[in-house]
Design a protein around this ligand. Sequence first.
Ligand SMILES: Cc1cc2nc3c(=O)[nH]c(=O)nc-3n(C[C@H](O)[C@H](O)[C@H](O)COP(=O)(O)OP(=O)(O)OC[C@H]3O[C@@H](n4cnc5c(N)ncnc54)[C@H](O)[C@@H]3O)c2cc1C
Length: 530
Amino acid sequence: MPVSILERGTNENMNGLIKKYLPKDTNFSTITKWQLKFIEKRLNNRPRKCLGFKTPNKSPLLMLHFTIECKNKIFCIKEKYHMKKTDVVVLGGLSGITAGLSCRRHYPEKKVILIRKEGTILIPCGIPYIFGTVGGPENNVIPDGLLEKNGIELITDEAVDLDREKRIVTLKNQEPIQYEKLVFATGSLPLIPPIPGIDKKNVFPVKKEFDYLKEVLKKVDEAKDIVIIGGGFIGIEFADECRKNRNVNVTVVEMLDKCLQLALDDEYCDEARVKLEETGVKVLTDEKVVSLNGKDAVESVRLASGKEIKADLVILGIGCLPNSQLAEKTGMELGFRKGIKVDRLMRSYTDKNIFACGDCCTKESFFDGKPSGVMLASIATSEARIAGANLFSPVHHSCGVISVFATVINGRAFAVAGLTERTARENGNNVVIGEAAATDTHPGRMPDSTMLKVKLIFAKSTGILLGGAISGGKSTGEMVNVLSACILHRMTANDIVMFQMGTHPALTSSPIAYPIVNAACKAVLDIQGS
Ligand SMILES: Cc1cc2nc3c(=O)[nH]c(=O)nc-3n(C[C@H](O)[C@H](O)[C@H](O)COP(=O)(O)OP(=O)(O)OC[C@H]3O[C@@H](n4cnc5c(N)ncnc54)[C@H](O)[C@@H]3O)c2cc1C
């Protein structure tokens, strides 16, 4: 039946018109939830069919036009709408919180809104421990108290579009927001390899989502044969944790010669493998998965060597890619591995009002300025502090990525800062190695004493520290941070020899045997000109 425009609504007479004509049983369509709420409010909450809707103006005081059909008649309604405005919008989680806090610290007068998809966010590095040590996602949550305490408004929603010219971010369910500056901290998404059968039931990439991980935990508890694809630190931590308090077969399949090979030198990879195998985890290296087999759900994993491993659950731990789709959609320039391209101020190349930090943006190596694909919480939060501080005036510069990380396998910690010997040599460096070992208490008979092993990699020509690896007990985590500081400040073996370390019998190695210093003392003799 033909429809005709009956009357053009105005703010003054619309309520009256609507009450007069619109039946209760028609539904709204083609509008977003926040628009629906707005219209419902305007139309006294009576359901009707909405045919069209647009927001034509640039100004935050928008004139909304919407068209409503009723009893074959069309109403055009014009409505004034005051858009929500803020100084800063941050999109994201972990580094998003840090960027927001940094902004408020530097610019306390600025209004900051943090938008993120999830109500509850997890400590990403704690995710493997959900499956053993901490017992569930509810015990691995980043509290939101800091946001409230620092006057940052939190909106739980997904940013689905961005109008960079008008500086408006559109959300999936709520009203759009106009910003002065925007920070992308949208993180990364797990890599899903194109292996036949990858979409079978009970094959789980590592997502950082609360409800999803709760479901995976339930499945892990029911599983008998778990296969973990990828022997990097995430895969290894999952393997170690899945074995805890469970009678389950766990196999790690790694296509390189050794697990953790991209992160550690060979002798540390071998030590880590021994620790992992002690837990009962089976490790298959130099093996590539070619298919996941089974009916609906996975039942086995086939390897290129022809082996077939039983599997009722598969975890994919093979890496992540920057989550930059929204940036790409809005025409922003992407760089290495599709990260949002940023400069050393963490400002995007494309738009001076948009910054980015964390896994979603490009990074450069501290050592040679080449693009780096390393994604770590240490890097993400450092970049976030820089981005937040620079939003309205440059304060800090990123000096590039050195990569510092630690992991624990069956109670033994492994940590690296900067380059390994392998990567240093591959990059063409002529290197000198200094190694030392000592207990992490003195005397070593103190309770809970653990043997620490340290390896330092220096440039032969300059004596500058390029990297260091440590294995040991709990103190490894902070000792590797000492190495990180030394590398970032380009300290030499000579500088480290003169290091004045604080020591205590229960807390550290002996001052005579302090392994970082002793490793430097040994290396210094082989360094040119020292
Ligand atoms: C299992 C695991 C263990 C790890 N362990 C360590 C470790 O021990 N040490 C270490 O240094 N690093 C570790 N990492 C890496 C570290 O977790 C990441 O580098 C870090 O989380 C990156 O932080 P981010 O803020 O950039 O991104 P993320 O932590 O990925 O956060 C991005 C957030 O943005 C939200 N978001 C995305 N798109 C939108 C949108 N359109 N609208 C609204 N919100 C959106 C996401 O939902 C998410 O909450 C680990 C990673 C994993 C997966």
